[in-house]
Design a protein around this ligand. Structure first.
Ligand SMILES: Nc1ncnc2c1ncn2[C@@H]1O[C@H](COP(=O)(O)OP(=O)(O)OP(=O)(O)O)[C@@H](O)[C@H]1O
Ligand SMILES: [Mg+2]
Length: 235
């Protein structure tokens, strides 16, 4: 079977000066030829020092940014060849995102936040809300559904973000330092949730600085200065 994610010699160059013409700005090469296959159902942790290119790579994998060069196949499709609309369809239907700052909508309740990605799916509202409720129960927030984010703890907010990421039953969950703002106990709870999601067959790519968190994944890929320097399977 084709891998869920197949990156071939991906590079990314950012201009040094925003707004300047490409031909007068050589740019900074942040990804210097990344080739990586992630099989369906794998749990991969992406590690590396600050500035090594982890978030840049995750954004490319998540179709939030395009590579400068290289080939990218996502779930059997040529991701680079898709126009913006097709990319956002794929992003909305097949991918779920969890970030360090939870990016919840402050004036919406937990339930409304979780239901949000369903609004573009064309499914009936009642069905979407039912799914959102089920997910909030699964992440242990049955009694917080009508709370707004400001009345939730950091760990609870991240659990809402996890439930939101799962709403459309994505093939792949992409997470960027999801435990970065949480204490170690709360981090462990969130990572347990990732494990649970992984056990249902979801592919996970998780960026983390935390060695303990990384050890929970089945595979660790380490970036340094825009190249992969290590790729190991763990116990
Ligand atoms: N939009 C941008 N324009 C210019 N340079 C950028 C842009 N985004 C990232 N970079 C540069 O790319 C490099 C890699 O950034 P990236 O955010 O991918 O690192 P990271 O590994 O996620 O680091 P951290 O662990 O601190 O989050 C950095 O040197 C950064 O300055
Ligand atoms: Mg980052």
């Amino acid at each position: 079977m084709e891998p869920a994610i197949r990156l071939e010699d991906i590079t990314k160059t950012f201009l040094q000066h925003e707004g300047r013409q490409q031909d007068e700005d050589p740019g900074i090469k942040v990804l210097k030829g990344i080739s990586l296959d992630v099989d369906s159902g794998e749990f991969v942790s992406l590690q590396g020092t600050s500035g090594s290119g982890k978030s840049t790579l995750l954004h490319i994998i998540g179709l939030l940014d395009r590579p400068t060069a290289g080939k990218y196949r996502l779930l059997g499709q040529d991701a680079a060849g898709l126009d913006d609309d097709r990319q956002s369809d794929l992003r909305n239907n097949a991918l779920g995102f969890v970030f360090q700052s939870f990016y919840l909508i402050p004036y919406a309740t937990a339930l409304e936040n979780v239901a949000l990605p369903g609004l573009y799916s064309g499914k009936p509202r009642a069905e979407i809300n039912e799914r959102a409720r089920t997910l909030l129960e699964q992440v242990g927030l049955a009694d917080r559904m009508n709370f707004k984010p400001s009345r939730l703890s950091g760990g609870q907010q991240q659990r809402v973000a996890m439930a939101r990421a799962m709403l459309n039953d994505p093939d792949i969950i992409l997470a960027d330092e999801p435990t970065g703002q949480l204490d170690s106990t709360t981090s462990r709870e969130i990572i347990k949730l990732f494990q649970t999601v992984h056990q249902t067959g979801t592919t996970i790519v998780l960026v983390t600085h935390d060695e303990d968190v990384a050890a929970q994944a089945g595979r660790i890929v380490r970036l340094n200065d825009g190249v992969i320097v290590e790729d190991v399977k763990t116990g």
